[in-house]
Design a protein around this ligand. Structure first.
Ligand SMILES: *[C@@H]1O[C@H](CO)[C@@H](O)[C@H](O)[C@H]1NC(C)=O
Ligand SMILES: *[C@@H]1O[C@H](CO)[C@@H](O)[C@H](O)[C@H]1NC(C)=O
Length: 187
């Protein structure tokens, strides 16, 4: 009999915890971001918040993966940012929007992007009971060297083929005039 009650109790506990678990959802607003070198980007995750609006039991951990390793991007411990855990490659380049955290938004603003910032960005959200994670991709393309390539390279003499043609035309005209004049002079 006690065994039966114990079993029922365990079953009830399981159902209850699974209900609590199901309440935490983590989403990404965009699964993939495209940006250019030296520009900025804002990566955003959304998650279900506690009804009391408290951040005391909120822990977040974000990391960036490349093919070879990972780097810690962001950490929030009991609602407070732990900036010292951030990898030095992101030092001074990541800011988070504290105001929207309570609404269940994690906005990470990354500035001065580098091409090697390209990769997978994964954030884990932990509440008192549960943990969920979601990833997005960032692709940073090299800045196009537009300022360097805008003007066509000058020819060696500093004149364009067009003006060379014009000079040729003047030469031919000049020669013709001289020829005609000398012909007149002969007769
Ligand atoms: C997550 O995404 C689903 C489906 O788009 C949506 O129904 C849900 O409200 C979202 N939850 C959060 C916390 O953003
Ligand atoms: C990154 O963007 C460039 C330019 O749009 C594209 O050619 C390349 O395939 C993208 N790479 C990935 C991994 O999405």
């Amino acid at each position: 009999m006690t065994c039966c009650i114990l079993l029922l109790f365990i079953l009830l506990l399981l159902i209850m915890t699974s209900c609590v678990c199901a309440s935490l959802v983590v989403n990404v607003t965009q699964s993939s971001y495209q940006a250019e070198e030296n520009h900025d980007v804002t990566l955003e995750w959304t998650f279900t918040t506690r009804t009391d609006g408290s951040l005391n039991s909120l822990n977040i951990f974000c990391e960036m993966f490349t093919d070879v390793r990972f780097f810690i991007l962001f950490q929030l411990h009991k609602g407070v940012e732990v900036s010292k855990s951030r990898h030095e490659r992101f030092a001074g380049r990541v800011q988070f929007d504290k105001d929207v955290l309570r609404e269940g938004r994690l906005r990470l603003h990354m500035s001065r992007l580098r091409t090697d910032d390209s990769g997978v960005y994964l954030c884990y959200v932990f509440t008192g009971y549960d943990e969920r994670s979601k990833k997005c991709h960032l692709n940073v393309t090299a800045a196009r060297a537009t300022t360097l390539r805008r003007d066509p390279p000058p020819t060696e003499s500093g004149t364009s083929p067009e003006s060379l043609g014009r000079i040729g035309l003047f030469c031919v005209l000049g020669l013709t005039v001289v020829l005609v004049l000398s012909l007149f002079a002969l007769y």
